[in-house]
Write a protein that binds this ligand. Structure first.
Ligand code: OVM
Length: 404
């Protein structure tokens, strides 16, 4: 008689590549192609975890929250075996039923009403930022001057946290997203500083730090109504500060890179500014700021002929799913005439990014403001990648624009 041993199932294709190595993180597409070709589900021998890179498989796993749970953590660490480095997120690292109250509170807080109120302010803020940058000159680092500057200008104010100490936000998020991966060079580099970033972020979630009128105050108001407990409220605020800054910065970086390297797309966008939304989603499809998350199987699962035993970690490659030729025509092309909806860059199912409308409003406001003032965009040097175990990001993007 045979018993199946989790990581030695011979019916599953295996790979000894390291998706968290410097080489793969710097240029993940070749690895992703090999992963998709290897099979529906592949065992990553180095880490003893399973992986999936094809669109249909990733989508199916994302939709099956009963079979693929989040409450054991969405990083490589199994929270049932090891203590997580921070108290788990009530949204990202939770399953129904616990997930549902925080989720519906955030859906309301970040919903259409809030966005209608923010839109005119953010559009004016975007015009102001573009005016300020262009007043300094037509050459700049688009990462620092635009992709980082705009979210940092509008988002922390919208949450309602104090102005002091906001320099902790990006490094906090960067380490958090590294920490979903293995303890490699990136995690080791961030670890000595995470205590101070984390302490600052946690302090800003308290009721007495939060100013009236913003997302943070609305979360505390939900606690006062009884929709959340008083212990849940600060953790829900923490989710905004965790998931709402780096992700948006890198999404804007991705759109800016795309339009800088596709002059035809920029011309189309200038002629029809309503294309800014498609440009944003197409950039998320192509360069998903969040490249990967793990799930944990709650039971034995059969998938495309592969058997994944219960209680195993499985790494879902969102970026790879978004460039799977089985789903997308000419997938590695940035194309404003395609319909990118259905991409899994924001996830899919019950955990699908609750802040995506906020992110879209930020990006669209900025791109539209840029299109009003700028006739053409070019890179004036090779842009540099910023490496992160989870995020697809730019560190530096030297840019020159020609004024309209
Ligand atoms: C959270 C959280 C943190 C990072 C990412 C995320 C993309 C959520 O703390 O809830 O979603």
């Amino acid at each position: 008689m045979t018993t199946s041993t989790p990581v030695l199932d011979t019916t599953i294709p295996t790979s000894n590549e390291d998706p968290f190595s410097q080489e793969v993180l710097a240029d993940p597409l070749p690895f992703q192609r090999r992963l998709r070709e290897a099979g529906e589900v592949v065992l990553l021998e180095r880490y003893g975890v399973f992986a999936m890179g094809r669109y249909e498989t990733v989508r199916a796993a994302l939709l099956d929250w009963q079979g693929f749970e989040s409450s054991a953590g969405v990083g490589i660490t199994d929270f049932r075996k090891e203590t997580p480095w921070r108290p788990p997120s009530l949204l990202l690292e939770a399953d129904p039923p616990h997930h549902d109250a925080p989720r519906s509170v955030l859906e309301r807080v970040l919903g259409p009403r809030a966005l209608r109120e923010l839109a005119p302010r953010w559009e004016a803020d975007a015009d102001d930022l573009i005016d300020e940058v262009l007043a300094q000159g037509i050459e700049f680092d688009a990462v620092e001057s635009l992709a980082e500057a705009f979210p940092l200008r509008v988002f922390p104010d919208a949450v309602g946290i104090p102005a002091d100490g906001r320099e902790h936000l990006l490094p906090y998020g960067d380490h958090l997203f590294n920490s979903f991966g293995p303890e490699n060079f990136l995690v080791q580099h961030g670890a000595p500083h995470i205590g101070e970033h984390s302490a600052w972020v946690n302090e800003q979630c308290a009721r007495d730090r939060i100013s009236p009128g913003g997302f943070g105050a609305a979360i505390w108001a939900a606690a006062d109504r009884g929709d959340l407990t008083a212990d849940q409220a600060p953790l829900v605020v923490r989710s905004l500060l965790s998931a709402g800054v780096d992700t948006t910065v890198h999404a804007i970086g991705a759109v800016l890179h795309a339009v800088a390297t596709h002059p035809d797309a920029w011309a189309e966008l200038r002629a029809d500014p309503s294309l800014a939304r498609v440009a944003f989603d197409e950039a998320i499809r192509l360069e998903a700021p969040v490249q990967t998350f793990f799930r944990t199987t709650t039971r034995d699962i059969e998938l495309g002929g592969a058997h994944i035993p219960a209680r195993n970690k499985i790494l879902m490659f969102l970026g790879s799913a978004n460039s799977d030729p089985r789903r997308w025509t000419d997938p590695e092309r940035f194309d404003l005439s395609r319909d990118p909806s259905g991409h899994v860059g924001f996830g899919m199912g019950i955990h699908q990014c609750v802040g995506q409308h906020v992110a879209r409003l930020e990006a669209v406001s900025l791109i539209t403001a840029l299109a009003r003032r700028v006739e053409s965009i070019q890179l004036i040097g090779t842009p540099e990648r910023h490496l992160n175990n989870t995020l697809r990001a730019w560190k530096r993007m030297p840019m020159r624009v020609e004024l309209a």
